[in-house]
Design a protein around this ligand. Sequence first.
Ligand code: NAI
Ligand code: MG
Length: 336
Amino acid sequence: ERIPATLIPGDGIGPEVTKATVDVLDALGAPFEWETQAAGMAAVDATGDPLPQSTLDSIRRNKLALKGPLTTPVGGGFRSVNVRLREEFKLYANLRPAKTIIPGRYENIDIVLVRENIEGLYVAHEYFVPVGDDPRAVAVSTGVNTREGCRRIARYAFDYAVKNGRKKVTIVHKANVLKALTGIFLEAARDVAKEYAGRVEVDDRIVDACAMQLVLNPWQFDMLLCTNLFGDILSDQLAGLIGGLGMAPGANIGDQAAIFEAVHGSAPDIAGKGVANPVSLLLAAAMMLDHVGKQDLGNRIRNGIQATLLEHNVRTRDLGGTASTTEFTSALIKRL
Ligand code: NAI
Ligand code: MG
């Protein structure tokens, strides 16, 4: 049977990597029936609105989307559409697995990061306070973490550990300084961990020390449970351990919908050149197949990517190769 899903090509390299991904899914005979919708700069250009109502309606109807990266203006301009989508559909869990395919600086990395996705400093109320003749003399930002939200993401992480045979969850925080904002997260997560005693180990790290230990000895970590901002930062660091942002998929999951995407952004420096690595979004598509109960097809994508990179040695530039996006995609499809 066909599964309707929303497809958002996105900005920058987005259209290039989404086309590659849809081509691979088609070649596999994946059951998705795409409804293409706009968001981000592409939607501003087409409709004047970075997040048109029809895009929201489509996701609400399908409860399932594959999304290319969206450009967010720095400083002023419109609010991040990614953040709005996560809030709109209460996609509270951001699941970001990082697993070595090509051994490089590191090998045998296998860490799953779970990022709280709708609280913390990303829902901050931000404003300026004027002093004298400077209207923006003081910047204020307030973050929000709720006990309910912290418990919900902790439960998601520990349930994931149980279902996927993971041994240990490390809670990442800064409760020594942000005693309230991240203290509540540590407290709630430790509390939830007790329900999993004997099944899943728990420990915790202060975020800065965790960042250092990820470089020195990443193999000590199994799963990382993070607040929103720390999870954003550490997931890019994890991508760096496995060959870069071209290798890192992510899933935004809630009870109402799930949106699958790459960890990377729109990569304006290489957009339009046909050299983007589509593996991140392809791995996100594999997670999407797992999500709808088609693990067999998800595994075929993962195995195909591994064979294309390792046995056939077809790699894009970010991985030291010379293949274009379409050359890599054709090689993968041939392999499938
Ligand atoms: P970025 O992730 O777009 O790029 C960082 C570096 O990694 C660049 O040198 C880029 O060329 C490289 N890179 C990223 N993906 C790659 C791929 N698939 N293949 C080869 N190289 C790749 O981060 P940046 O430049 O900080 O952000 C650009 C824009 O993307 C911003 O507007 C930002 O807000 C947005 N963004 C959107 C995200 C999303 O839609 N989920 C996530 C992160 C950033
Ligand atoms: Mg990020």
